[in-house]
Design a protein around this ligand. Structure first.
Ligand code: SRM
Ligand code: SF4
Length: 509
């Protein structure tokens, strides 16, 4: 029997609500039919938030995380309209979500977004999500492949140039694609349904292909090699199309908890899956190159770095847990325009990079007041902190995450001295949007019974390794009450991450 989501999709395609937007804006959020409001609008990137009813979240698509200062300005102006209810977040897919949005404003907002080259189309539900790539593509000195044109072409193919593409609007489940062109696996290739990683085959530079990586409440798997290598051109698009069509036409749809691409690969076996993919292509699918070129540790890009273009630099700014307000969008847009060429990048660590800053402009940029909040050299725990949305806006959340993550890092840093960053990722529930499995220390929200009471807690993950030889971390301890967590993390940081207790001071006796 089909699950509820399949019935909704079969009754009316998600993209069909495109033509009803004006009507929805006119009748108000309370009167929109529930399946349209709560589900189909997500095909347009419009998310009804039961936690803040009437104030919707808009999830954009920022392919490769690349934005212009004009686009930041537009986003800032849109968010500004909502006063204290307006905010935005950089997401773990190098993307932006903005909040506080009223349905009556959506038609005008969509016009404004379109006018500056932005779209929210097919960014939620059973669609291909934001396509990620190295945040320093095209400016990195040691880059192997500049993936920007490929990511742009893929986004155009999948979304029909941002207009909506019914070919890919009824997949069995969400779908993630990442292209890495550098040496440090900046995109977490291993947790995507399809990932391309650079590899030389017989002296030619192309990509080895990984498939089936995903996290879900039920199961988490690292992607497996497809034993395929493709040239960095149309072949990438053709391969994605072939896999997406197979997933669409043959992917399991009965149980939503067992519908991601890896479940189809399990069902068929990797060999048959590869054969089916190859059969759809007009070129022979070559075997993988014996080695890939991912041989660096992962970088966080915070700080000032020379670009491959002489005399120019990129400057990575730390945005605490990715949270931005209207004035931040406007101010970041202004400094990008004033000191660089107006282009910025977002990272999967929820941070921000200004590009093309001439050497002579660096002192002025580094003296800008906003860099006091969004610094280039934050303290070791703040630096690598990542957090999903959590209970403030997400109704799946079992705990509040972003504020808690910030407070916990500050409290730990008051107690401890750290000689290196420790990547701590918070996620509010087992859906793992905050990717606790890729962190040094992962914290997944849960509820804990203590003395007959239910309290906020976390499950503790350790062992996540990123960059070269990436590996997923696993749950080592369940159900730690949040108010007992600081003591446990203190011990862990001392034992495993070389932290040292600070000498007592007047402020911290
Ligand atoms: Fe996620 C559902 C937020 C990255 C796995 N995710 C949700 C929803 C849409 C649930 C909802 O409707 O409330 C969350 C929206 C909350 C809100 O108001 O912000 C949500 N996910 C996020 C973001 C914003 C977390 C963040 O703070 O950065 C990320 C947005 C990415 C983007 O720009 O598109 C986000 N989500 C991820 C990732 C990480 C990644 O892609 O690298 C994962 C794990 C990787 C994966 O998908 O394989 C992830 N989100 C999920 C799942 C579990 C998927 C599954 O197969 O079961 C759900 C629940 C679902 O889809 O049923 C989910
Ligand atoms: Fe919401 Fe859970 Fe995803 Fe966090 S992990 S954003 S709480 S669905």
């Amino acid at each position: 029997m089909a699950n509820k989501f399949e019935t909704v999709k079969a009754t009316k395609d998600g993209l069909a609500v495109q033509s009803e937007l004006e009507h929805f804006a006119a009748i108000g959020w309370e009167n929109i039919p529930e399946d349209d409001r709560d589900l189909r609008l997500k095909w347009l990137g419009i998310f009804f938030r039961p936690v803040t009813p009437g104030q919707f979240m808009l999830r954009l698509r920022i392919p490769h995380g690349i934005l212009t200062s004009d686009q930041l300005q537009t986003i800032g102006e849109i968010v500004q309209r909502y006063g204290d209810s307006g905010s935005g977040d950089i997401t773990t897919r190098q993307n932006l979500q903005i909040r506080g949005i009223r349905i009556e404003d959506i038609p005008a907002i969509f016009e404004r977004l379109q006018a500056c080259g932005l779209t929210t189309i097919q960014s939620g539900m059973d669609n291909v999500r934001n396509i990620t790539g190295s945040p320093v593509a095209g400016i990195e000195r040691d880059e192997l492949i500049d993936t920007r044109p490929l990511v742009a072409q893929l986004q155009a193919m999948i979304t029909n140039n941002g207009q909506g593409n019914s070919e890919f609007s009824n997949l069995p489940r969400k779908f993630n694609i990442a292209l890495e062109g550098g040496r440090d696996n900046s995109v977490h290739a291993e947790i995507n349904d399809i990932a391309f990683i650079p590899a030389y085959r017989q002296g030619i530079l192309g990509f080895n292909v990984l498939v089936g990586g995903f996290f879900s409440a039920r199961r988490c798997e690292a992607a497996v090699p497809l034993d395929a290598w493709v040239t960095p051109d149309q072949a990438v698009l053709d391969l994605c199309r072939a896999i997406l069509e197979l997933f669409r036409d043959h992917g399991p749809r009965t149980n939503r908890q067992k519908s991601r691409l890896m479940w189809l690969i399990d069902q068929w076996g990797l060999e048959k899956f590869r054969q089916e993919v190859a059969a759809k292509l007009t070129f022979p699918l070559l075997n993988a190159a014996p080695e890939d070129e991912i041989n660096w540790d992962k970088r966080d890009h915070l700080g000032v770095y020379p670009q491959k273009q002489p005399g120019l630099n990129y400057v990575g700014l730390h945005i605490p847990v990715g949270r931005l307000y209207a004035s931040d969008f406007l101010e970041l847009g202004r400094i990008a325009q004033t000191y660089g060429n107006g282009e910025v990048r977002l990272t999967v660590e929820q941070n921000f990079i200004l590009t093309h800053v001439p050497d002579a402009q660096l002192p002025g940029l580094l003296a800008e007041p906003i860099l006091k909040r969004f610094g280039i050299d934050p303290s070791p725990l703040q630096r690598s902190l990542v957090s999903c949305t959590g209970a403030q806006f997400c109704n799946f959340a079992l705990i509040e995450t972003k504020n808690r993550a910030l407070a916990m890092s500050a409290a730990l840093e008051a107690e401890l001295e750290l000689s290196r960053p420790v990547r701590i990722h918070w996620t509010g529930c087992p859906n793992s949007c905050g990717q606790p499995q890729v962190a040094d220390i992962g914290l997944m929200g849960t509820k804990v019974r203590r003395n007959g009471e239910t309290v906020d807690g976390v499950d503790l993950y350790l062992g996540g390794k990123v960059g070269k030889d990436a590996q997923l971390g696993t749950c080592v301890r369940k159900g730690i009450p949040c108010d007992e967590l600081q003591a446990i993390l203190t011990e862990l940081l001392i034992e495993r991450f070389q932290a040292r207790p600070r000498a007592p001071t007047a402020n911290n006796p």
